[in-house]
Design a protein around this ligand. Sequence first.
Ligand SMILES: CC(C)(COP(=O)(O)OP(=O)(O)OC[C@H]1O[C@@H](n2cnc3c(N)ncnc32)[C@H](O)[C@@H]1OP(=O)(O)O)[C@@H](O)C(=O)NCCC(=O)NCCS
Length: 217
Amino acid sequence: MRLADVGPDGGIHLDPAEQTRAAGITSPAARRDFLAGRIALRAFVAGILGVGPGELTAHYSCPDCGTGPELDHGRPGYRMHGAPVGLSLSLSRSGGWVLLAAGSTGVSGVMVGGAVGIDLEHSSGVMFPGFDDVALTSAERQHLLALPPVKVMPWRAAAWARKEALLKARGTGLRIEPSSVEAFAEPADGTVVVDLDTVALGLPAGFAAALAIVEMA
Ligand SMILES: CC(C)(COP(=O)(O)OP(=O)(O)OC[C@H]1O[C@@H](n2cnc3c(N)ncnc32)[C@H](O)[C@@H]1OP(=O)(O)O)[C@@H](O)C(=O)NCCC(=O)NCCS
């Protein structure tokens, strides 16, 4: 959905850590986008569970900083009345839009199904000089050389979306060098990465999107 279309509740249901992070974002546009994304994710989860957004407490997890209601970043999660809501969640904002994903983790909060990661990328986000060196493996850089010019930007955006979706599903984010991740390789460990149909999702031209599901032991 468009971040600008997110309901005008002003973030009244957001938690203190979310409000504090928003207050620290100096760019008004970036602050508005952050708040809209968090409001949209909370509404999405509340809708799935059939509860009010105010019944949820954000409970994010970071490999470096731990997990809990005080955490303002990392893998998204929510609790309701102190218990995990049983959903694996992911969010991505790009070019004024937000994409959300949820998967079931079972009632205990143990990830019996899989951890999801989603990423949305506009071609304009992968145009900067040096992108290929930072983001692509050497095999991917070779592959790009063989592409017709018109396909280069869409391919870069698709590759980046697949890498970020995978790294979000794994819970690391960019702590892992993206240039060490093969975007289109067939993972051997049950991991699934799929390109999403951005037209079917109602997105305008120029976006790539991917969803990854990583099996949890
Ligand atoms: C995950 C990451 C790749 C996404 O960045 P991005 O492409 O700029 O932004 P997107 O809009 O696509 O995704 C942002 C969302 O990714 C999710 N996310 C962040 N870290 C995540 C992680 N470790 N695992 C899974 N999802 C994560 C959050 O839902 C975040 O939304 P928020 O801004 O509301 O918190 C990037 O945030 C990252 O690499 N983070 C790890 C490094 C870090 O956070 N360091 C500082 C804290 S120790």
